[in-house]
Design a protein around this ligand. Structure first.
Ligand SMILES: [Zn+2]
Length: 172
């Protein structure tokens, strides 16, 4: 009886491990897929879509007389754009007056998290993060009226979740 009990413990331990691993994988690759607690907005709007990379070529802006360098920095703070890319988190820069940071944007069957802003990103404009500059040039400027925007009731919670994922999985 004792041996059976130990056996049961062992196998429930294994099952628990398998379950934990599974949910980690889901969290790592699709932390933003929970759309149940969101509000769908801006249907029928035509969006201008551009692309950017983590390099200095795409992350400098002129503020007054100063050039401010935002290279590899996401607006949500404390997170590197390359770390987000490494964790397969799709990032889009938005106008936070239109889309609150932490919202989810669906474009071309991909889900992006609004985690960044930009001086040129105003109104119904999206700027998609790509791993290198060559890809951004290939993308160019596109227009689409097939964009789905999901605004969570608590966008800050989404940002927290993404940051936690990035910090947990990024190499120090
Ligand atoms: Zn660039």
């Amino acid at each position: 009886m004792k041996r059976l009990f130990i056996g049961i413990l062992f196998f429930s331990g294994l099952a628990l491990l398998a379950f934990t691993y599974q949910s980690d994988v889901l969290l790592r690759h699709e932390p933003w897929i929970e759309l149940s607690n969101t509000q769908k907005k801006y249907q029928g709007v035509t969006w201008k879509i551009t692309a950017y990379c983590p390099g200095s070529c795409c992350n400098k802006s002129v503020i007054g007389t100063n050039i401010v360098d935002y290279t590899n920095t996401a607006a949500v703070g404390g997170v590197k754009l390359t770390a987000l890319l490494d964790n397969t988190i799709n990032v889009v820069a938005v106008d936070p007056a239109i889309i609150p940071l932490g919202s989810i944007v669906k474009y071309n069957n991909n889900y992006y998290v609004a985690l960044d802003t930009g001086s040129a990103i105003k109104g119904f404009t999206l700027d998609i993060l790509m791993p290198d500059h060559e890809q951004t040039e290939k993308f160019g400027i596109q227009y689409s009226d097939n964009i789905e925007v999901y605004i969570p009731h608590n966008p800050a919670q989404m940002i927290k979740k993404v940051k936690k994922t990035v910090l947990e999985y990024s190499n120090p």
